[in-house]
Design a protein around this ligand. Structure first.
Ligand SMILES: [Zn+2]
Length: 419
């Protein structure tokens, strides 16, 4: 009896050891000569390809397909595989499925394993290894073209534009020769770059003015602060046309629009394609929504401290934007059009304080809060460390070093990219 117990424990230890080191974290319970003839099938889901197509392609058993589909029904419908997502299938010597792994999204995998009675499906979080990456570049045309056109670089450009949205209008303020430097988390899996995490700090030199942002957590939230520990948030965004919203309507690889600004009167006119979403620049309450003379379709929002903003010539007004509605900064209040006295599609944006027109581009608008005093020492250490890292990035040299047009901003330690 004691001998049997010892053998059993020995087997469990071996099982756990194999399980821990196995290629997919699981080992088959089957025995026999085919046990060591495992074969791996892996690939990327093609457009229009179904799991059943993959089964047919590799001569896998249709019966197992239906069992697997049933086992995973509560987690992910295998009828809906997304093109571009990787998968890996381990089959035994009899071409029977041992393990099937499908990457559902950037954060989780569907892991299906054979059990004694059938298949067991579970959703597992992808554990990323974080690396700190340095990126930098010089704007030649627009931010996205300068960062590179693949999806990850696009998301990084959006993240940077969101962080600085209160100071820089990335759709119309950019100048050739502007410089960006970013310190960002790179998320790696199996040694391969998968995506960017949070931007930890950034420097942006726009038309000679330097903006810096440092991500700093206090309590359970993180925000971005300037060199002096002041929040980058202001009561008004720099522009009512969000760079993210404008650009995400254009496919990567195409030239992104640079909007033109005109100031023929006391407001600002943004020439933009009809239908471009218009975001309210600050929190407030809608006080007018409808058609008014030369303004055409107009939305007026009242903000704190006596400010009002006007959005005119809209092709249509955003859903739910009615008098009395409370709107948060960034909400879409309407879409660019040419209603009223307008020769072509543009947004007429106007800001008034106590009914006096002010220039929203130069108005000295109040910033958000400052970090509490008790956090300043910790913030100062983080800022100094990040500032030194930022200073070590030399984008001008990188551009001179013959960067190709696809990824001119990529630095030497930026790591590998998923194609
Ligand atoms: Zn106007």
């Amino acid at each position: 009896m004691k001998k049997i117990l010892t053998v059993a424990i020995f087997m469990i230890v071996i099982f756990l050891t194999v399980r821990g080191n196995g290629p997919v974290g699981h080992t088959p319970e089957g025995t026999g000569p085919e046990q060591d003839k495992y074969k791996e099938i892996s690939g990327i889901i093609k457009k229009g390809e179904t799991l059943f197509d993959i089964f047919k392609k590799y001569g896998l058993h249709a019966g197992e397909f239906f069992k697997i589909r049933k086992a995973s029904a509560d987690i992910h419908r295998l009828g809906e595989l997304y093109p571009g997502q990787p998968y890996r299938i381990i089959v035994d010597g009899n071409n029977r499925i041992n393990t099937l792994i499908y990457w559902m999204d950037d954060d989780s995998v569907l892991n299906i394993t054979r059990t004694g009675s059938g298949f067991c499906a579970e959703k597992k979080a992808i554990e990323y290894e974080k690396r700190i990456l340095h990126r930098g570049g010089v704007i030649e045309d627009n931010l996205i073209a300068s960062m590179g056109n693949n999806r990850e670089n696009l998301m990084l450009a959006f993240q940077l534009s969101d962080i600085l949205a209160w100071d820089v209008d990335f759709a119309s303020d950019l100048r050739r020769g502007d410089v960006f430097k970013v310190i960002v988390e790179g998320l790696y899996h199996d040694g391969e770059f998968r995506k960017y995490g949070n931007i930890l700090s950034a420097e942006f030199i726009n038309d000679g003015t330097v903006y810096r942002a440092y991500r700093f957590g206090h309590g359970d939230k993180a925000d971005y602060y300037d060199d002096r520990g002041k929040s980058l948030k202001k009561i008004f965004l720099k522009a009512p046309l969000s760079f993210r919203r404008i650009s995400s309507g254009f496919s990567p690889g195409r030239l992104h629009p640079i909007l033109k600004i005109f100031r023929p009167h006391h407001g600002v006119d943004y020439a933009a394609p009809a239908g471009t979403p218009v975001s309210v620049s600050g929190d407030g309450t809608v006080v007018f929504s409808g058609c008014r003379g030369g303004y055409g379709n107009l939305v007026v929002v009242r903000h704190r401290n006596g400010y009002r903003t006007y959005y005119g010539h809209l092709s249509r007004i955003g859903s739910g934007i009615v008098k009395g509605e409370h709107v948060e900064q960034g909400r879409v209040v309407g879409y660019v059009g040419a209603t009223g006295l307008a020769t072509g599609p543009h947004l007429h944006y106007e800001m008034r304080i106590h009914n006096e027109a002010v220039n929203p581009l130069t108005a000295n608008l109040p910033r958000g809060g400052v970090l509490p005093k008790r956090s300043m020492a910790e913030f100062g250490r983080l800022r100094d460390g990040m500032a030194a890292r930022l200073a070590s990035i030399t984008p001008a040299v990188l551009v001179a070093a013959g960067k190709g047009p696809a990824e001119p901003g990529k630095t030497a330690d930026a790591g590998a990219y998923r194609p």
